[in-house]
Design a protein around this ligand. Structure first.
Ligand code: DC
Length: 489
């Protein structure tokens, strides 16, 4: 499995290392400790005693848990900071020792992995229990003094090094001696002592170990991100990708005839022509009407959609139905991107979607034409729908975002409107033909404005990252709200 398991005690730099490695390889990243902490918050809030084994395990099974790079949410409430507080830290070992809790969280962790082409997980039992067949297992260690100094230096605990050391020793003892999945080194793990290494050195070592295992005999690396990391740059150093999947790096778009003249004539003069607007209105009304009937569509936060000017509508993406569903949020004609193979289906179909204002994007490459067209659409004042997760994803949690939407927002100065859609995967997920009549809920969040600096608009890597992070945070929250109370299967 394309999984890197990183285990080790607290204070070894696990989280930072795991996050940076995931970033560099374009993999998903999961902090499993945050999951145990989040369950602890649920338990504390419910006033359940941490040693009430059955009640604690029941809470772990019933809560909605979203742990991602953009924050930690339980039952659609953000707990990103609360999980690091002293109360939670004091109670988490007891919760993590509960076999029922562990079974449930391991199940969720495996589900999370199954939805990703590559993943970095960090915790205590990743190499031993969660993913015994991980391609790379790393066990991080550091001297007790170094670990205590690092934790105290984080400043989140508000205590001195000596008491941090005592607390770490107490937790090590609890985590290593408990009956259920104690902290242990997997037999095939590579141990890295981080005492005298910088974070960057540890990251470089883990990436090197991965490449040793992932690219046998100098064969071609198989993802865009691998290629980027192999030549020493990362994806974000290059043009940001807007709608491709990281895992399918080979271009598939060539050869599809795109009626770009038609698109330009009908749509690119700022306002759509009259007939284009009419076609859009008729088709939109029909599709949106069907969505209201079939999905008992419920939309909240409409007031956040700008009444004029350009904006980027940024919804989560779980289903092909998302496009007609988001068309319901405003009557204003919005531009959409479609995968370029749609333009190869049939001439009439190609004409039809072009006339509706859709334009193609090549999958698996950085499509500069599409990026340019996005920019000109926004500069012409038209709203544009961009799925920040790139392709259709699966599962209740937000996937890592592409930087394209943030880059375009910074470049053009238009707001990004985040949209959570709950229920569309159940209505019609990947690979399913039938459209289920199940409830769909859309929650629109307040627009996120790209900051403007004195020098005009900065699209530095850092600015793009920060805007993507802000967008991810809001999307995760809205996605949780949109899914709340809907059937999960
Ligand atoms: O890494 P951390 O300090 O956030 O972890 C919080 C607690 O959860 C810690 O007491 C160990 C436990 N944990 C675990 O038992 N298994 C994991 N995979 C991750 C964390």
């Amino acid at each position: 499995m394309r999984v890197i398991a990183i285990d080790g005690p607290a204070g070894t730099g696990k989280s930072t290392v795991a996050r940076l490695v995931a970033d560099r390889l374009g993999f998903g990243y999961l902090d499993t400790g945050a999951m145990y902490r989040a369950v602890t918050v649920v338990v504390l809030r419910a006033g359940i005693a941490a040693d009430d084994t059955d009640a604690v395990a029941e809470r772990a099974r019933s809560c909605d848990l979203q742990v991602g790079p953009y924050g930690v949410f339980v039952d659609a409430i953000e707990v990103t900071e609360e999980i690091r507080g002293p109360q939670v830290t004091a109670a988490v070992s007891a919760v993590a020792a509960n076999a029922g809790v562990r079974a449930e969280l391991v199940r969720r962790q495996r589900e999370w992995i199954a939805l990703r082409p590559g993943a970095v997980l960090e915790g205590r039992d990743i190499g031993t229990v969660v993913v015994p067949d991980a391609r790379l297992k790393v066990f991080l260690t550091a001297s007790a003094e170094a670990r205590a100094a690092r934790r105290a230096g984080e400043g989140t605990t508000g205590s001195d090094t000596a008491s941090v050391a005592a607390d770490l020793a107490r937790r090590d003892e609890l985590d290593s001696t408990r009956a259920a999945s104690p902290l242990a080194t997997a037999a095939d793990a590579v141990t890295v002592d981080t005492t005298d290494l910088t974070i960057e050195q540890v990251v470089a070592e883990v990436v090197r170990l991965w490449q040793e295992r992932d690219v046998p005999n100098g064969a071609e690396p198989d993802t865009a991100a691998d290629r980027a990391s192999a030549d020493g740059t990362t994806e974000a150093d290059r043009d940001p990708a807007i709608g491709s999947t990281r895992a399918s790096a080979r271009a598939s778009g060539a050869g599809h005839k795109v009626d770009s003249e038609l698109i330009d004539r009908a749509w690119n003069a700022g306002e759509p022509t009259r007939w284009a607007r009419l076609l859009y209105t008729v088709v939109r009304s029909a599709l949106v009407g069907l969505c209201y009937l079939w999905f008992r569509l419920e939309i909240s936060g409409r007031e956040h959609v700008p009444a004029e000017g350009a904006f980027i509508l940024a919804p989560v993406h779980r289903s092909n139905l998302d496009t007609p569903i988001v068309a319901a949020v405003t009557r204003r004609p919005m531009r959409f991107m479609g995968k370029d193979s749609l333009w190869g289906v049939h001439r009439a179909f190609s004409w039809f979607i072009s006339a509706l204002g859709a334009f193609p994007v090549a999958r698996g490459t950085v499509d500069r034409d599409a990026l340019r067209r996005c920019q000109s659409v926004l500069e012409a004042g038209q709203p544009l729908v961009l799925y920040p997760e790139g392709t259709r994803q699966s599962g209740p949690q937000l996937h890592e975002l592409f930087d394209g939407p943030a880059f375009l927002a910074l470049r053009t100065g238009v707001p990004v409107v985040p949209v959570g859609i709950g229920g569309s995967e159940r209505a019609q997920g990947k690979g399913s033909k039938f459209i289920r009549p199940t409830k769909v809920r859309v929650v629109i969040g307040p627009p996120i404005l790209p900051p403007v600096t004195g020098q005009g608009r900065a699209t530095s890597r850092r600015a793009v990252r920060e805007l993507s992070a802000a967008l991810g945070h809001d999307l995760q929250l809205l996605f949780g709200q949109a899914q709340a109370g809907l059937p999960a299967d």
